[in-house]
Ligand binder design. Structure first.
Ligand code: FAD
Length: 248
């Protein structure tokens, strides 16, 4: 085998941008065509590698937003103004451009319809991305697994996938929004950060043995996991994915 480059799962592959969808003022979904994509499970991510003309390279991880769909892989990226990679993905890349990616990566923070529920998905900001892949995968499979999404955003304009979430609600999927910084007139929903009381109200309780997936900035995820344990949920049923080094 020496000298042969086997196309392994984790080798870098060229991915061509085929579609861009504006989700919010700071968030875009970029859909890539990846020849030879081996398929993925909801919750997995890819590494993206950019190479500048002078050879400088930068790598970041991005969750896969889409349900498995042939060679197509959708990433939903939030632009950080002072970021190295995210502004390039959201603002510079044009259909037809190619980037390098490798994956799918991750076997822990994943959910498949056969695993059932009840499921509780807790998202902070762009942490919705891998949870949306689960919701889309559930819908594509025609699954009626009881699923509750508690989704914390700063303002109504920051809610990613708002219309699609509304459309997919029902058939066992309940979507609950928490808007921490600003709320629309007449808002009767949660207007604070996710806390234990909110998690208890969204339910289900420990007796129903729900399975949790929490994703977002590091401090958000840690606060959610801590609150769930305090409420008496089994720590082994709580899966977490942390997005940011600073958690901003
Ligand atoms: C497994 C995994 C999956 C991820 N999935 C997604 C995803 O689906 N969508 C998405 O938008 N991001 C996702 N991220 C975050 C992503 O990898 C980058 O960290 C993010 O895009 C910032 O990169 P940057 O090069 O633009 O900023 P950098 O140049 O790395 O950082 C710029 C500034 O922002 C701060 N910062 C870096 N990352 C974050 C962050 N996540 N939140 C707040 N501040 C930060 C830095 O400390 C620095 O001050 C994921 C991270 C991991 C580990």
């Amino acid at each position: 085998m020496a000298g042969t480059a086997l196309p392994g799962r984790l080798s870098w592959q060229l991915a061509e941008l085929v579609e861009v969808v504006a989700e919010t003022p700071r968030v875009k979904t970029t859909v890539f065509d990846v020849p030879g994509w081996p398929g993925h499970r909801a919750g997995q991510h890819v590494d993206v590698r950019l190479t500048a003309e002078d050879g400088y390279q930068a790598e970041r991880s991005y969750s896969i937003a889409s349900a498995p769909d042939g060679r197509r892989v959708a990433l939903t990226v939030q632009r950080l103004e002072d970021g190295e990679v995210s502004p390039y993905l959201t603002d510079e890349l044009r259909p037809g451009d190619k980037i390098e990616l490798r994956g799918p990566i991750g076997g822990y923070f994943v959910w498949e319809p056969s695993e059932g529920g009840p499921l509780v998905l807790v998202a902070g900001g762009s942490g919705i991305v891998p949870l949306m892949a689960m919701i889309r995968t559930r819908a594509a499979a025609g699954s009626d697994t009881e699923t509750r999404l508690l989704y914390s955003s700063r303002s109504p304009d920051d809610v990613i996938y708002r219309d699609e979430l509304e459309r997919l609600s029902g058939s066992g999927l309940t979507v609950v929004h928490a808007l921490t910084d600003s709320q629309p007139p007449g808002w009767t929903g949660y207007a604070r950060r996710v806390d234990a009381e909110m998690l208890a109200e969204v339910g289900p309780g420990p007796a129903e043995r729900p399975r949790f997936y929490a994703c977002g900035p590091t401090p958000f995820v840690e606060a959610v996991a801590e609150a769930l344990v305090r409420l008496g949920h089994d720590p082994r049923a709580i899966k977490t994915e942390r997005f940011g080094p600073t958690g901003g």
